[in-house]
Write a protein that binds this ligand. Structure first.
Ligand code: GNR
Ligand code: NI
Length: 171
């Protein structure tokens, strides 16, 4: 396994609609393993492939608390097939927008279909933090970031600040 570099916004690759895989091969399994290692090292509770520059519909997650057993989840071509009517607002972070926390209103529960690492179709229903994380990651696959739920003015302020701090690090 290898730890990958996490892209920081603004970056065009974080704004791309990622491609479906349709099937799972060794190359996809390797990216998923590298993504999990990268996510645990960050640390984060989820990671989408575009965050490591891979423009494919791959997601890894682990929302287990520190005192719980690890519960890694690898999802290929995840798709939301049901959303609860009940909405909840909670604070979200993103590894691609360090230190930017945004209150986002989302359905409290979702059902998601996906292919597992063996290519077998699976379905998962989640609520609370797991549902929020699934929605946040699937947003990434569509080029959507948590700041997109803010007003254009607030989003602009945040993205320009990130742009400047990236430029400072480069030179
Ligand atoms: O680590 C993460 N924490 C988090 C907290 C609330 C809602 C979503 C997330 S996902 C984030 C990691 C990340 O950026 N995934 O794309
Ligand atoms: Ni994110």
């Amino acid at each position: 396994m290898a730890k990958l570099d996490i892209l920081i916004a603004p970056d065009r690759r974080l704004r791309t609609r990622c491609a479906r895989l349709g099937a799972v091969d060794d190359a996809a399994r390797r990216v998923l393993d590298d993504m999990l290692e990268t996510m645990y090292a960050a640390p984060g509770i989820g990671l989408a492939a575009p965050q490591v520059g891979v423009l494919k519909r791959l997601v890894v997650m682990d929302c287990a608390r520190n005192e719980e057993e690890p519960a890694p989840l690898k999802l290929v071509d995840p798709e939301i097939v049901w959303r609860s009517e009940a909405l909840v607002t909670d604070n979200e972070g993103c590894l691609s927008l360090p230190e930017v926390y945004v209150d986002v209103e989302r359905p409290d529960a979702v059902r998601v279909t996906y292919l597992d690492e063996h290519g077998t179709p699976q379905e998962v229903e989640a609520e609370g933090l797991r549902a929020r994380c699934l929605q946040h990651e699937i947003d990434h696959l569509n080029g959507v970031l948590h700041v997109d739920y803010l007003s254009a003015v607030k989003r602009g302020v945040i993205l320009r600040r990130l742009e400047k701090s990236k430029r400072r690090k480069q030179d």
